[in-house]
Design a protein around this ligand. Structure first.
Ligand code: SAM
Length: 235
């Protein structure tokens, strides 16, 4: 049976409060209100096996700096969240990690067709390696290291959720986005027609749809050549 696409996204984090603004405002907030995505943020401490202090981390074996998130709380979180699904529906588990596959528009499309994603955010030195056997994918948002997986998870959620049909009202706005067809987006203009002596390109005011489309395609290639020529190189 063909999947209807992403319907549910769970995020497990030590700092669930960080998600309040970014995932409840703007398009993502509206998508949640309209029931286009069931987005749930969980506190990893709720799954701690340390009832008293709800501690989830410990010192690394072998010594060295920092703390490591213990596998048991993560295991419990995965088990509890999985149990809220059906036998048929299991989450695709993603660990946000600087060591993962680099997030691109193409990868975002691949994730947007999975019905259920469960995103784990690391912190400190990361997760105990033994939990990786329960992780399906590691995803990175770039070759730099952040304090925790929360910001990467927000970037990931925003990128993937806006690909769900209906989230962005005009589907055409997604198909023309940068990276969708191998080029960057063309330049955009709005009112006034003349702003501080700078004019909007005449073709955009011509009402000639074919000419406008041709100009935009040309511009998309020109912009890509100037800013990201690597995208046009044959792979
Ligand atoms: N010691 C780890 C390493 O070098 O691979 C980095 C740990 S980092 C301080 C803590 C957490 O932040 C990671 O476990 C991961 O969840 C998240 N994180 C940091 N940078 C990231 C990136 N570029 N993409 C995705 N997640 C990242």
């Amino acid at each position: 049976m063909k999947s209807k696409g992403l319907e549910r996204l769970d995020i497990v984090s030590l700092f669930p409060g960080m998600f309040d603004g970014p995932l409840s405002e703007s398009l993502i907030g509206k998508a949640r209100e309209r029931g286009l995505i069931d987005l749930r943020v969980h506190n990893l401490r709720d799954f701690s096996d340390d009832r008293k202090h709800r501690k989830v981390d410990d010192r690394p074996y072998g010594g060295g700096p920092g703390m490591v998130i213990r596998p048991e709380p993560v295991y419990r979180a995965l088990k509890a969240i999985r149990a809220t699904g059906t036998k048929r529906l299991k989450p695709h588990v993603i660990f946000m990690s600087p060591q993962g596959r680099l997030l691109t528009q193409k990868i975002a499309h691949d994730f947007a067709v999975k019905p259920w994603l469960l995103v784990l955010c690391g912190h400190y030195e990361g997760l105990d390696e033994r939990i990786m056997s329960l992780v399906d994918d590691e995803v990175s948002i770039g070759d730099y290291v952040l304090t925790g997986g929360e910001l990467p998870a927000m970037v990931f959620a925003d990128t993937v959720v806006r690909l769900i049909p209906g989230v962005v009202k005009e589907a055409g706005s997604i198909t023309r986005d940068s990276f969708q067809s191998g080029t960057l987006d063309y330049p955009h203009y709005t009112r006034p027609a003349i702003w501080r002596k700078k004019k909007v390109p005449a073709v955009l005011m011509s009402g000639h749809h074919e000419a406008i489309e041709f100009w935009r395609q040309q511009q998309a290639v020109a912009v890509t050549l100037r800013k990201r020529p690597d995208l046009l190189e044959e792979k």
